[in-house]
Structures are given as structure tokens and as C-alpha cells.
Write a protein that binds this ligand. Sequence first.
Ligand code: UT7
Length: 335
Amino acid sequence: MYEAKTSAIHSNAVITAIGTYVPDRILTNADLEKLVDTNDEWIMQRTGIQERRIASDNQFTSDLCFAAVHNMIERYAVTVTDVDYVIVATSTPDAIFPSVASQVQAHFGMNSSGAMDLQAACAGFAAGIQLANGLLLSGAYRKILIIGAETLSKITDYTDRTTCILFGDGAGAFLMEASNDGQGNVIAVHSKTDGAQGHMLYRSSLAPMLGEHPIQTNGLIVQNGREVYRWVVTQVAAGVCELLERSKLTTTDIDWFIPHSANMRIITSLCESTGFSIDQTLTSIRAFGNTSAASIPLAIDEAVKANKIKPGQLMLLYGFGGGLTQAGVVLRWSL
Ligand code: UT7
């Protein structure tokens, strides 16, 4: 039925494999109670986060990417040596350059592959899918690896109780290939950025100012939680509705809503204002916290492993965060 209604954009991109990885070390709410003045009840009630995974001192974003891709190869028996392009969405690269994507290219011996990191914060994975769809459709490439990966624990201020309770580490990968019949999985896309509010959520590096706003330069995450929350429940909710309109679908046509796992309270508000039910919403928030660019593939993979998602089902992925930026995709699942 949805076939007749969906002609929003062209696509020849088919998802052919998924893989994920999270580090072994668990940081519980009880552990956080020992670091800052907080408690499990407050964290659960305000965020829905029970625990997060934390990379070891010598484990970096590239290591999480390698593990997620190995997981994908083991489960779907795909080859990656012939990948044409690697895109890694991350805000926590091991270094500014070389890119994490370059390290993935080398690690897997993708000898004729291009590589780049994409920085769109928590919107990065959905932005990566948008980009991959365009590159495949252009005919320039036939096989693209998109990874959302973060080691946010390395840039989290564990003396700031308003942020340290939120963030965790993880990685998720999609393999996307050009179909031979020209039929792809991407149905609609939407992006929107409000750069004037960039100082509401940032990780500083060299500049002491963001626009007209003086910022901290200690290299850690700083967030005005209330303002970001307000932006999500108004602007991001509007963006989800815009994406639905572009797809010519309704919330009942969509099988699965996968918003960025920022916080369960935000997700509940987003559901209320967009019309999605909590039952059709997939998150990775309880067990992994906010893993930024990794949160959407982690949520999808949990549901894939639980046999919830079936081939042919429709899903709406929506990332939002630092920038402030948002990016979403409506997809037909093909695995
Ligand atoms: O992925 C990027 C997108 N980011 C987000 O989506 C985050 C958006 N923001 C939020 O999720 C929420 O703003 C937070 C979870 C970060 C904070 O929740 P809130 O309900 O907005 O709390 P608040 O900042 O308004 O603070 C309420 C109270 C304050 O105490 P007073 O001033 O009322 O006495 C805070 O000091 O809660 C206090 N508080 C805490 N108490 C216990 C703040 N953090 C904590 C804490 N434990 N960890």
C-alpha cells in the first residue's frame, strides 16, 4: 500500500548488513552516585538511563568501529575489502586527522576506498545515510560503509552532574550497496540546522568564542540542558513532522520510529507531539545512555537481534543534537 504513496526521493541504496559493538565496562547509576551528587531515582526519572558502556583507557573510536564491522562481517558473511567509500559519523575521533574512516579503510584493507569522517554530532548517522544514498545514486560508488561511533566518555566532564549521567560509548555500522534494479531503501530525507544556538551544546577545541558567546576551552562537553530540551520538543518535533510530510506517509504507515536516544523523557515528548506511539519506538537509552552518532544503529540492532524488525517494514530515523542540527531518513528495511 505504501508503494503508491512514496515517491519522495530517488534511491538505489540497499542496506545489506548491520553490525554493532559496545565496550565491556559498565557505568551504572550507583557508580555515578560515587562521583557526583546524584541518585538512581533522579537519573531514571529524568533520563530513563540505567547504565552506559565506557571504553577502556587504550580503546578509541577507531577500535569500536573495527569491532562493529567485524560483528557485521561475522553475522552477514559480507566482504568489505571491495567497499568504495567509508563514512564515519563521530564527534570523538581518535585524532582530527587522519580520520577514523581512514583507519577503518586501512584496518580492513579496502584498497580502492575513499574515506571521510562526518561531524554532525547526534545527527551524524542519519546524515551519513543521506550522504551515502546520494553517492550511490550518482553512480560514483557501489558499496559504502557508514559507521556511527563515539567514545563520549573521553570528553565527558565527570564533575558535572548535569552531563556525566547522560553519555556512553558504542558503535554501529550499516553496509549500503547500489541495487541492480535501481530500487533503493531510502524514501525521504530531511535536515535542518539552527547554528545560532550552537553554544547551547558544544565540545570546545581551539576557539574561545562560538559566535558572540564565550565558551569553555577544556575540551569537554558543555550543555544547557533546558534549552536543548526546549529545542527538541519544539523544533525537532516539527522536523519529524516535516520528514513525514516529505515521505507522504503517516505515523501509522511507519512501523518503527527511531529517534536519537538522547533521553527517554525527550523521546516520550517527541512521541506525544508527533503522534508516534511508544510501542513503535525503538531506543538504546536504557542500557547504553546517549551514545550520539551510535545511538540509532544500536537501537535498530537491538530490535534486529530480538527479531522485532521484519524485511519490508518502514522506519523513520531521526538524529538531533550539537549544532544545533537535525537529520532524518525514512527507510524501508531490507534485511
Ligand atoms: O544528544 C544531545 C541532546 N541533548 C539532550 O537531549 C539533553 C536535553 N536535556 C535534558 O535531557 C535535560 O535537561 C537534563 C536531563 C540534562 C536535565 O534535566 P532537567 O529536568 O532539565 O534538569 P534541570 O537542569 O532543570 O535541573 C533540575 C534540578 C536542578 O536543581 P534545582 O536548581 O532545581 O535545585 C539541578 O541542579 O535538578 C538538579 N540536577 C540534578 N540532580 C540530581 C541536575 N542534574 C542532576 C543530577 N542529579 N544528575
